[in-house]
Structure formats: structure tokens, C-alpha cells
Write a protein that binds this ligand. Structure first.
Ligand SMILES: NC(=O)c1ccc[n+]([C@@H]2O[C@H](COP(=O)([O-])OP(=O)(O)OC[C@H]3O[C@@H](n4cnc5c(N)ncnc54)[C@H](O)[C@@H]3O)[C@@H](O)[C@H]2O)c1
Length: 387
């Protein structure tokens, strides 16, 4: 079979992660990189022997031999890059959040449907083996009726006012920062595992630093810790450092979540706890191979990932034998493998989050911002997403 030729837009944190993961997928060639920074693009491309390197992503879109693109640039660029790529007939994987507004996400969703190309929004965290195991335990009825869903996504990399990233600035990241950047991963995971949808919510957001010290030179994600304290500009901040959301999933299920980028010592602590009428499960991204199962009338358990012990439908998300950990990088491989397999199989149902799921997150984020602004409960509009 002819390999699928793909391109990466962006050479920062995600650009490299996507490129490395693409290299692990059968029958896919990394054929091009488009990056704003010429030297970073050259370095990344040379290291991976990628033939087409350019500063203008349109060069890639004009190339008829390129089948697909990965959009790994700051959020505000997702809309125009995705739209141009769809209209050029490319299959598109776009990083989350899909766009910065609901209207843009709606437009992309309808263009993608019209163009008949494959589209994916990168909610990769669904694809840890133990997250899939929680989903399949719920489907099998092992948890009973879901009563309570709770958790957090906590980081500390924006704790100090000297911490800066393009995400802080709403023109580059969108009107929500913490909730869009990491809260959206949690919301997506909660709905994916439970099969339920958030129906109404009440949110409180907080920006602890009214201003931050913005470095005079551009800084890529997580690299600002390496800078000295010199050469900053005091810049007003219009995005939140923290958010708390109380929500309902239908008539009976209740939940709450916090997301924070200012929690000292928490690096990427996504934790999710699901309490059902029969049993409970809890999982922490920083210990990805372990799943806690709680029981009222029996001893609690900690399962360690082992493909042979997973529910059959969760098994294909674990490639390595028990005892060999599968982590963050592997989740991208799992998404991309399924995405590229679907390109080669017209008509096959997609087994990955699509633009319509990205649109759903934008609607949730919109409700979060509105609820915070108005101090009121806000309904999340219902509509069809993938499972
Ligand atoms: N799925 C995940 O787990 C995950 C994790 C981190 C980030 N993300 C998402 O990935 C995206 C990128 O984030 P990041 O952390 O890699 O940021 P980053 O700052 O590390 O990298 C962004 C890159 O985009 C490049 N860029 C900017 N404008 C460009 C243009 N016009 N053409 C080409 N390249 C351009 C920058 O030079 C930089 O290399 C964001 O949307 C973010 O939300 C997803």
C-alpha cells in the first residue's frame, strides 16, 4: 500500500510530539514541516530527514502529494489553518481547542462534512489504556448507575508572574486559558468514559496575576523556566489561572472539577473519579498504568495495566506487556494509528475524537465563560457528538 504523506504545522512542544508519534504509525511518511521559526524548522526537519521544510504552511497545502496535516500551532491559528487545509482537500488533525469561538468550530465542522475528509481534534488523553478500561467497565455495567463524577487537572508552570506563554494572551490562546487548555481535556474524558453529557453548569474563574512579566523574546511551551529574570514587559492578563465548575449530567448525575495552572508541585495531575451505584474507579494521569477500584462491601483494589487483564474492547489501546508503562506519548500513537487507518478505509466509522467533539468543547467553554460572567447556571446545548 502507498504510504500516506503527512505534514506537521508548528515546531514547538506539540510539533515534535506529533512528528515522533507519526513516525511510529505504519504506512505514514512525515513528508513536510511548516514552522514560523526557520531555524527550529530546519533543525527538526534535519533530525527526522523530512524532505519539505517551509515557513509558509500554504506551500504544503499546494503540494498535491501531501494527504494530511497536523496543526500544532497556537489556538488562534487553528481556524484559518484548518479551514485552508480542508478546502485544499487534506485530511486534518488539529490540536485542541479546535478554535477559539463556537462560530469558527461550527464552520470547520460543516466544511469538513462537505469536503468528505477525515478530521480529528487531538483529545489524545482518552487513549491511555486505563482510561479505556474505565470506559469499558462502565459499558459493561460494572459501575452501575453513575452518581458522581469529580476531579481536577492541576499544573504549576504558570504559578509565578514571571511565567509567560502565548496562552496567557487571549489574542493567541482564546478567551479562556486554563479551562480551554487543560479543563477541556478533563471534560472530554469525563464524557467519553461515562457516555453522559454535561447538561448544565456553574463556573467560577480566577486570574491571580492581573499582570505578568512577558519576556521580550518569544518563548515556547514549558521553556520559560529556563529564562533569567531580565528583559520582561509588565503585561495585563485577560485569561484565567484557575477555574472551578459544578455540573449536572442529565437528571441525576452530578459532578465538579477544578483546573489550575498555579498549583505548586502539580505538574500534569489530571485525576478523575467516577462513583457508581455498584462500584467506583479513580485514575491519575501521573500514575497512568494504575487504576483504583472502590467497593462498599469488599476490599478496594489497584489494577496494574496488563493487556491480558483488560476488558477486550480496551485491549487494543495497550501495546506493551504488563510492567512496561504506556504513557503520554503513546496516547498520540493510538489516536494517529486510528486516524490514518480510517483514511485507508473509506466508510469506516472513526474511532477518534472529531471536529464535532471539538465543537462540543467550545460550547462547554462558552457556557463556562458565560456562567462566570453572569454568576448563574448555564445550560450546555445538546447535540450529537461521536462516542
Ligand atoms: N493534546 C495535548 O496534550 C496538548 C499538549 C500541549 C499543547 N497542545 C496544543 O497544541 C498547540 C500548540 O501548543 P504547543 O504547546 O506546542 O505550543 P508551542 O509554543 O510549544 O509551539 C507552537 C509552535 O507554533 C509555531 N507557529 C506559530 N505560528 C505559526 C505559523 N503561522 N506557522 C507555522 N508555525 C507557527 C511556533 O513557532 C511554535 O513552534 C496548542 O493548540 C495547544 O493547546 C495540546
Amino acid at each position: 500500500m502507498k504510504p500516506i504523506r503527512t505534514a506537521i504545522f508548528g515546531t514547538g512542544f506539540m510539533g515534535r510530539v506529533h512528528l515522533e508519534a507519526v513516525r511510529r504509525v505504519e504506512s505514514v511518511d512525515a513528508a513536510a514541516i511548516a514552522g514560523r521559526n526557520a531555524e527550529a524548522t530546519r533543525r527538526l526537519g534535519a533530525g527526522f530527514a523530512v524532505p519539505l521544510l517551509t515557513n509558509d504552511y500554504r506551500d504544503v497545502l499546494r503540494d498535491p502529494t501531501i494527504d494530511a496535516v497536523h496543526i500544532c500551532t497556537p489556538n488562534a491559528q487553528h481556524f484559518s489553518m484548518s479551514k485552508d487545509a480542508l478546502l485544499a482537500g487534506k485530511h486534518v488533525i488539529c490540536e485542541k481547542p479546535l478554535t477559539t469561538t463556537v462560530a469558527e468550530a461550527e464552520e470547520l465542522t460543516s466544511i469538513a462534512a462537505r469536503q468528505g475528509v477525515r478530521n480529528c481534534v487531538c483529545h489524545n488523553l482518552r487513549y491511555y489504556p486505563m482510561v479505556q478500561q474505565m470506559r469499558r467497565l462502565r459499558e459493561a455495567g460494572d459501575l452501575g448507575e453513575i452518581l458522581v463524577v469529580q476531579g481536577t487537572y492541576s499544573q504549576d508552570w504558570l504559578l509565578y508572574d514571571t511565567d509567560w506563554n502565548w496562552r496567557v494572551d487571549s489574542t493567541a490562546g482564546g478567551p479562556s486559558r486554563c479551562m480551554a487548555d487543560i479543563g477541556s481535556h478533563w471534560f472530554d474524558m469525563a464524557e467519553h468514559i461515562t457516555g453522559l453529557r454535561m447538561t448544565t453548569l456553574c463556573a467560577d474563574l480566577q486570574t491571580f496575576h492581573a499582570t505578568r512579566k512577558q519576556p521580550k523574546h518569544s518563548v515556547e511551551t514549558f521553556a520559560n523556566k529556563l529564562l533569567g529574570p531580565e528583559d520582561y514587559i509588565e503585561t495585563p492578563v485577560d485569561t484565567e489561572d484557575f477555574g472551578a465548575v459544578v455540573f449536572r449530567m442529565g437528571a441525576r448525575t452530578r459532578g465538579c472539577v477544578t483546573a489550575s495552572q498555579v498549583s505548586a508541585g502539580r505538574k500534569n495531575r489530571l485525576s478523575i473519579e467516577i462513583y457508581g451505584t455498584r462500584s467506583s474507579v479513580a485514575w491519575d494521569q501521573q500514575r497512568p498504568d494504575e487504576l483504583w477500584a472502590g467497593h462498599r462491601d469488599d476490599g478496594n483494589q489497584v489494577f496494574v495495566k496488563d493487556p491480558s487483564l483488560l476488558k477486550p474492547a480496551a485491549r487494543s489501546y495497550a501495546d506493551l506487556p504488563g510492567g512496561h508503562s504506556e504513557g503520554y506519548d503513546d496516547t498520540f500513537k493510538q489516536v494517529f494509528r486510528r486516524f490514518y487507518a480510517s483514511i485507508g478505509t473509506p466508510g469506516a466509522a472513526p474511532e477518534y475524537p472529531q471536529f464535532v467533539d471539538g465543537l462540543r468543547q467550545l460550547k462547554i467553554l462558552n457556557a463556562v465563560l458565560q456562567s462566570h460572567r453572569t454568576h448563574a447556571w448555564v445550560d450546555v446545548p445538546a447535540f450529537e457528538t461521536s462516542k
